[in-house]
Design a protein. Structure first.
Length: 257
């Protein structure tokens, strides 16, 4: 990908910052660290404006597009950055901004860009297949909202998240909700993995969610989720590329020595 001059400056600044704030021994230190992520590092990133890349200025962002965001993701992949940037900014904030949920966007996006909120996405469910056809978590109409029942797997940083972007079924249609993680009936279990991202299972047991939490439903939800899948795949490729480049550079240096 050919970078613009602005993107080259962004990449250089990001790499310099991450070399200082996320040295190689940080991952070793995290083995004995009970914190899900470093909140001080998270706030420094917010102060640099990283949480607002790709988000419109009217919501506190700095504008830009996914290519700008990919520059940051690649740099983060080079240091295996242990913070919930991907789940919060790349997935949750972007999906919310692309929706027609104007009240939710006004309420949450400025707080995300300021580094005040952490979000995760709860999509994958138990089963033999992966994809939207496997969504079985139910949203049953209940008063002025819904009652949610079901479970989600591989929810990154769920224990740290303030909100969970959750995909459920409302009858035959898909429904995307922004669920407050402190709502009664939510159970979160963290799994031990080789990943730094605090992978969790989230169980919803008659969780009451107001109708104001709806991001999208029906056709709009399906379109947003397809965009989410494409964005997630491209973002992970950028992240992996950053890691591979560091491995290649280390290998070359080793051979030279």
């Amino acid at each position: 990908m050919d970078l613009t001059e602005e993107q080259k400056i962004l990449r250089q600044a990001a790499e310099e910052f991450l070399r200082k704030e996320c040295p190689k021994d940080l991952m070793r230190q995290r083995r004995d660290d009970s914190r899900e992520f470093d909140s001080a590092l998270w706030q420094k990133m917010a102060n640099l404006g990283w949480m607002g890349v790709g988000i419109k200025e009217e919501y506190g962002g700095s504008g830009g597009n996914f290519s700008d965001l990919a520059v940051l993701i690649e740099a983060m992949g080079g240091v295996c950055l242990p913070v919930p940037f991907f789940s919060t900014v790349v997935i949750s904030a972007a999906t919310l901004e692309q929706s027609s949920a104007s009240d939710l966007k006004t309420k949450l996006l400025p707080r995300i860009t300021a580094g005040e909120l952490v979000c995760s996405y709860a999509v994958t469910e138990p089963g033999n297949t992966y994809g939207l056809v496997n969504i079985q978590t139910k949203a049953i109409p209940d008063g002025d909202g819904f009652s949610i029942n079901g479970s989600k797997l591989f929810v990154e940083y769920a224990r740290s998240a303030d909100y969970l972007l959750t995909v459920v079924r409302e009858g035959k249609d898909l429904l995307i909700l922004m669920v407050d993680s402190s709502a009664p009936g939510i159970e979160i279990e963290s799994y031990d993995t080789l990943d730094y991202a605090d992978q969790c299972e989230v169980r919803f047991n008659q969780v009451k969610v107001p109708v104001s939490s709806v991001i999208a439903r029906g056709g709009e939800a399906t379109t947003l989720l397809k965009n989410l899948e494409e964005r997630s795949a491209a973002g992970k490729c950028a992240e992996i590329l950053g890691g591979i480049q560091v491995v290649l550079d280390m290998s070359v240096d080793y051979v030279k020595d």
